[in-house]
Design a protein around this ligand. Structure first.
Ligand code: ZN
Ligand code: ZN
Length: 338
C-alpha cells in the first residue's frame, strides 16, 4: 500500500462537500478531504445517485458526508488501481469471517460500517474507500448509469435471486411488486430477466406505474385484495403495504421485504397472519460477487434503466434537487461532478 504520498499531498487539503444539517437543510461547504487510512484509496467522485434512504439524514442531520450510491475514479498515484473507474460497494467487510467466506459480504460478522452512513460518503468531491470495496466498471457502462449497479440493480436483483429459491419462476404464477420507486422498478427488470413473466405492480403514482407498464408489468390497484400471489416483493416500506402483503401472499408463498421504514412496525397476530404457512423474507443490499451478473443485467436493459435517471446536477444544485426528489418529482436523480 502506497498511501503515504497521497496522504501528505492532501493533508489540510479541502474540497466541496454537502453538509446535511437536519430539518431538511443542506449546504455546500469547503470541508477537509477525509484522511485515507492504510488499505484504502482516495476516490474522486464522478456520480452519486440520490436515495430515499437518505431522507432520514436530511431530516435529522448527518455526522458524516452522506451519499452511498457512488461511482468515481481512483485518485491514488502509484496504486495499481489509480485511474480506474469504480462503483463503490458500501458495506465494509473483512473477507475472512464465516459470512464473508460464504460470499455474504453485505452481512460481514466482523465489521458493520457503511460508506455514506458511518463514514464519509459521496455527496462531496472525494472520499476514502477500502480497497476491497472498489468495483471496477467496464468502459461500455456510461458514468450516469454506473451508480445504478448498486442499490437500483444490486439490491433488487439480490432480492429476486434470494426469493427465487423459495418461489421459482416455474411455480410462481403472477408476481406482485409493491412500490414503483427505483428499487421496485429494478425488481420488475430483475424478475423479467430471471424468467418471471406475469408481473403486477401497485403504486399510487401514475407516472411511475406507467414506467413499470412500459417495462412489461401490469397495473395492480393499490389496496386491491381480489388477487393473491405466491411471490410478493414489497419495495415501498409502508406498513400498510406490508400488512396487505401478509394478507395477499398465498399459502407456501413468499413476502419479500425490501423497502425500509424507520418507524416500528406492529404485526397484528390475527387469523390472517396465524393461519397460513408462508415465508416472510428480508433481504439487504447484495453480496459483492453479484456485481458481475448485475453488469450483465444493466447491459441487457440499458434503455429501461436510463429512463430512471431523470435529473443530473452539480453540488450547488443538490439542496434544491434533493427537495424535489423528496417530493417525489424525480425517480433517480444523480449528482454529477465533472
Ligand atoms: Zn440507496
Ligand atoms: Zn467478514
Amino acid at each position: 500500500m502506497n498511501t503515504v504520498t497521497n496522504v501528505s499531498r492532501l493533508t489540510n487539503a479541502v474540497m466541496q462537500g454537502a453538509v446535511f444539517h437536519g430539518n431538511d437543510r443542506i449546504t455546500i461547504e469547503r470541508v477537509a478531504i477525509p484522511e485515507v487510512a492504510s488499505g484504502e484509496v482516495l476516490v474522486k467522485v464522478s456520480r452519486t445517485a440520490l436515495c430515499g434512504s437518505d431522507f432520514k439524514l436530511w431530516h435529522k442531520g448527518a455526522e458524516f458526508t452522506a451519499g452511498h450510491e457512488i461511482f468515481g475514479v481512483v485518485e491514488q498515484p502509484g496504486h495499481p488501481m489509480h485511474g480506474r473507474r469504480c462503483a463503490i460497494y458500501i458495506p465494509l467487510h473483512c473477507d475472512h469471517c464465516a459470512a464473508c467466506c460464504r460470499g455474504d459480504t453485505q452481512m460481514c460478522l466482523e465489521v458493520s460500517s457503511l460508506i455514506g452512513w458511518n463514514r464519509p460518503g459521496g455527496y462531496a468531491e472525494y472520499l476514502p474507500v477500502p480497497e476491497n470495496c472498489l468495483l471496477p466498471v467496464p468502459d461500455d457502462i456510461e458514468d450516469s448509469l454506473a451508480p445504478l449497479l448498486l442499490d437500483t440493480i444490486g439490491t433488487s436483483a439480490h432480492a429476486v435471486r434470494f426469493a427465487g429459491r423459495i418461489v421459482p419462476p416455474s411455480e410462481s404464477g403472477p408476481v406482485l411488486v409493491m412500490g414503483a420507486g427505483p428499487v421496485g422498478l429494478g425488481v420488475v427488470l430483475a424478475l423479467k430477466s430471471h424468467g418471471y413473466d406475469d408481473i403486477y405492480v401497485a403504486d399510487p403514482n401514475a407516472a411511475r406505474l406507467a414506467i413499470a407498464q412500459s417495462f412489461g408489468a401490469k397495473a395492480h390497484p393499490v389496496g386491491n385484495t381480489s388477487k393473491r400471489f405466491a411471490l410478493i416483493v414489497e419495495c415501498s416500506g409502508a406498513h400498510a403495504a406490508r400488512n396487505l402483503g401478509i394478507e395477499l401472499v398465498l399459502p407456501r408463498g413468499a413476502l419479500v421485504l425490501v423497502g425500509e421504514n424507520a418507524a416500528p412496525w406492529v404485526i397484528e397476530e390475527g387469523k390472517v397472519f396465524r393461519r397460513k404457512d408462508f415465508y416472510m423474507i428480508r433481504t439487504f443490499y447484495f453480496p459483492i460477487g453479484d456485481f458481475a451478473p448485475n453488469i450483465k443485467l444493466l447491459r441487457r436493459y440499458k434503455d429501461e434503466y436510463r429512463v430512471l435517471v431523470d435529473g443530473e446536477f452539480g453540488l450547488s444544485g443538490l439542496p434544491d434537487n434533493f427537495a424535489r426528489f423528496a417530493r417525489g418529482e424525480l425517480i433517480k436523480p444523480v449528482l454529477a461532478l465533472d
